[in-house]
Design a protein around this ligand. Structure first.
Ligand SMILES: [Zn+2]
Length: 88
């Protein structure tokens, strides 16, 4: 499947680096996520793997590069995350 995906990490990657999300684009999301699980495909996922921080796929969107630009332009990834916005 081609499109964008949002990874939500179990906790922030580091004290300095508060990022807890990764927004990515791939023409094969399933394949890319498998790579991320092994710590490949992005620096953030590599560091997460080293620190034993897991992630879940919070969201997926079917689309192309223009969708990726549209999502990244919002610069508000937590708002896109269903896990962060779900009221328990
Ligand atoms: Zn989240």
């Amino acid at each position: 499947m081609q499109g964008c995906y949002l990874l939500h990490f179990d906790r922030p990657i580091s004290d300095r680096h508060t990022a807890q999300h990764y927004l990515g684009y791939s023409d094969n999301i399933e394949n890319r996520i498998t790579q991320h699980e092994r710590g490949h495909g992005s620096r953030l996922c590599q560091v997460a793997k080293e620190r034993d921080i897991g992630f879940i796929v919070a969201r997926e969107w079917i689309g192309d590069r223009s969708l990726e630009r549209q999502l990244k332009r919002q610069k508000n990834t937590p708002r896109l995350c269903w896990i962060c916005n779900f009221k328990w």
